[in-house]
Design a protein around this ligand. Structure first.
Ligand code: COA
Ligand code: AMP
Length: 640
């Protein structure tokens, strides 16, 4: 493979030279109700808007368009659920009927109209995809909340999005465990100020949820009634390209999570473009993204992009290991003939840990499999090389954020694969003008670390703003480096233009590919009655990449055993944030290391915990505290 044989450089340069022509051409690949005449308006909203006068419908492009053009009987979704022992294939025409019926229920039964918000708190079942598409069909704005979040987190999102309706299910199923969702939903609605007028609950056979009279509706009952009339009525509603398709909440440094807004038009254009040019996938092929519909990867590459492209998407309700074994991924790929898959490196670490020799792999036929894509966290070269050797196909790391909705830097195999450099997600995608800058916003030389920023405007699909929070959008992403979008990732670009993403510049950590705020965890720990102060930081973990570790200092006079309080802190984070936080380690210390001005030295604590060399901070108040931290970590078995 040779960089010169790839079309990437020519395509990227064209997008830089004439972005309007480039994205205008890409826009011709989707169905518009009214074709946009203005490709980009730099004056609109926070930093400009794409396709301002275009009118379209996302559901049409994901479903109806394919029914009309000969894919009616092709599988749109293959649902494979080892945790329930279920497999189901849904054709494009079936999916059309289902979205019509659910759109009908939302519109007629619950009065949902264009612009209304609908929250989805759903496990990985086909109804979750149908619900997203049904909202898109009628121009309602969906907001999917990941099932591993606790009631309080859900309540915060309810209060911000103010949904008219919530769609949920009686339970989610984790390997070997049924997790009732309804008590969490009820508690969230109790905590929230913005109460939804209705909830519709999918009763799964594994768990019956109790319905609240007057508010809750049984999914099946509503469905059976609507089946009679909805199909003939609920056609796709025209929406402006700039209208919001969804809000997806993601961890911010402080306060409530950020409601990342995705528009209809830009999202359609960029995601459609990415399937062929970045992932090298043709319409009709079978694609698998092993994520969760609650994350951005799930939104973009379980649901929207593969459907925009007329592919078959696999919806997998299971884990890489334990459902039933470390061969689960190979089974799914071979059984359904997936040509490529997308997941987080942590999934491969889990498989590697259980089956380092790849014994399970040998049992399956993966001859149709062409490429593995990894994102969500830094792909450690060890895991990457292991996967390359095992699969004998390109293993492509690519860099992403919830905010961008698609890849920032990757290896576009559809344009001709570029040489892989382990540790780098390769090169910026068209539309991303990436720079590395210092604190004063001066570009640093190639190879030198700094803040990774993208020159405005961002390409289509990236967030135009945060939900009803333009000021927060500016403050969070645009003010610090004027003229640029701050990714909050630090890294460098090498002589060949390869991007390296090394760490976050804020307090966000990445646990098993899940983005979490340590500040949010500190807020919860501080609310414990016996905790005087605390510091939470991410420490290295062989499986999950990072896991949170909380140091707590107890209030004077507290004389209960520290282990008791630590266990309460662990339980408190699970209760307030959810199991997804993977918070299992609270350590009591007498004091925290600080600078003379009182700033907790989290970076130094992290280095100690990770067993890395550190220099004594010149401004440290009392160096002896670092030894105390080291001893506490040793006592807990974190360090030897
Ligand atoms: N609903 C309820 N609980 C959930 C949940 C959901 N949808 N998803 C996860 N949880 C729970 C888990 O059961 C676990 O609970 P526990 O502490 O009681 O064991 C906890 O949240 C942490 O989950 P996770 O970090 O995913 O750990 P895990 O041990 O269950 O699985 C992996 C580890 C590596 C197998 C898993 O994270 C994985 O497959 N990740 C790769 C794919 C992915 O999700 N990527 C994300 C974005 S691309
Ligand atoms: P999320 O918004 O949950 O998708 O998380 C985005 C963050 O995950 C990024 O800002 C990075 O810190 C990290 N991330 C995602 N993909 C990669 C990657 N390929 N390499 C390094 N970090 C990544």
């Amino acid at each position: 493979m040779d960089a010169r044989s790839s079309r990437y450089h020519e395509v990227y340069a064209r997008a830089q030279r004439d972005p309007l022509a480039f994205w205008g051409e890409a826009a011709a690949d989707i169905d518009w109700i009214e074709r946009p005449k203005t490709i980009f308006d730099p004056k609109a909203d926070v930093y400009g808007r794409w396709f301002v006068d275009g009118v379209c419908n996302t559901c049409w492009n994901a479903v109806d368009r394919h029914v009309q053009s000969g894919r009616a009987d092709q599988a749109a979704i293959i649902y494979d659920s080892p945790v329930t022992g279920t497999k189901q294939t849904i054709s494009y025409v079936d999916l059309q009927t289902k979205t019509q019926v659910l759109a009908g229920i939302l519109a007629k039964d619950f009065g949902v109209v264009k612009g209304d918000r609908v929250i989805l708190y759903m496990p990985m079942v086909p109804e979750a995809i149908v619900a997203m598409l049904a909202c898109a069909r009628i121009g309602a704005v969906h907001s999917v909340v990941f099932g591993g979040f606790a009631a309080k987190e859900l309540a915060t999102r309810i209060d911000d999005a103010k949904p008219k309706v919530i769609l949920s299910a009686s339970c989610g199923i984790e390997a070997g465990r049924v997790i009732p969702y309804k008590p969490l939903l009820d508690e969230a609605i109790r905590l929230a100020t913005a109460k939804p007028s209705a909830c519709m609950i999918l009763q799964r056979p594994q768990c019956q949820a109790e319905l609240v009279a007057g508010r809750d509706h049984d999914w099946k009952t509503r469905w059976d009634e609507a089946l009679v009339w909805a199909k003939s009525i609920y056609e796709c509603v025209p929406v402006a390209a700039t209208d919001p398709l969804y809000i997806l909440y993601t961890s911010g440094t402080t306060g409530i999570p950020k409601g990342v807004v995705r528009d209809n038009g830009g999202h359609l254009v960029a995601l459609k473009w990415s399937m062929k040019n970045l992932y090298g996938i043709d319409p009709g092929e079978i694609w698998w993204s092993a994520s969760d519909v609650g994350w951005v990867v799930g939104h973009s590459y379980i649901v929207y992009a593969p459907l925009f492209h007329g592919c078959t998407t696999i919806l997998y309700e299971g884990k890489p290991v334990g459902t039933p074994d470390a061969g689960a991924f190979w089974r799914v790929i071979s059984e359904h003939k997936a040509v490529s898959m997308f997941t987080a490196p942590t999934a491969f670490r889990a498989i590697k840990k259980e089956d380092p020799q790849g014994k399970h792999f040998a049992k399956y036929d993966l001859t149709k499999f062409r490429a593995l894509f990894l994102a969500g966290e830094r792909a450690d070269p060890d895991t990457l090389i292991w996967a390359e050797k095992l699969l004998n196909v390109p293993v492509i790391d690519h860099w992403w954020q919830t905010e961008t909705g698609w890849c920032i830097a990757g290896n576009p195999i559809g344009l001709g694969q570029l040489p892989i450099k382990h540790g780098s997600p390769t090169v910026p995608m068209p539309g991303y003008d990436l720079r590395v800058v210092d604190a004063q916003c001066n570009e640093v030389p190639r190879g030198k670390m700094g803040s990774l920023v993208a020159k405005l405007p961002l390409p289509p699909a990236c967030l135009p703003t945060l939900w009803q929070a333009d000021v927060r959008m500016r403050e969070s992403y645009l003010d610090e480096f004027p003229g640029y979008y701050k990714t909050a990732d630090a890294g460098f670009i090498d002589e060949d233009g390869y991007v390296y993403v090394m760490s976050r510049t804020d307090d966000i950590i990445n646990v098993a590919g899940h983005r979490l705020s340590t500040g949010g965890m500190e807020e919860v720990l501080s609310s414990h009655k016996d905790v005087a102060e605390c510091a939470v930081l991410g420490i290295k973990d062989q499986l999950k990449g990072e896991v949170p570790c909380g140091f707590i200092v107890l209030k004077a006079g507290v004389n209960r055993p520290p282990s008791e309080i630590e266990a309460e802190c662990v339980a408190l984070i699970r209760e307030k944030i959810g199991p997804v936080a993977s918070f299992k380690l609270a350590i009591t210390v007498a004091r925290l290391p600080k600078t003379r001005s009182g700033k907790i030295l989290r970076g130094t604590i992290k280095k100690i915990a990770d067993g890395e060399a550190y220099t004594m901070p010149a401004t440290i108040d009392d160096p002896a505290i670092l030894d105390e931290i080291g001893s506490a970590l040793k006592q807990k078995g974190v360090m030897s």
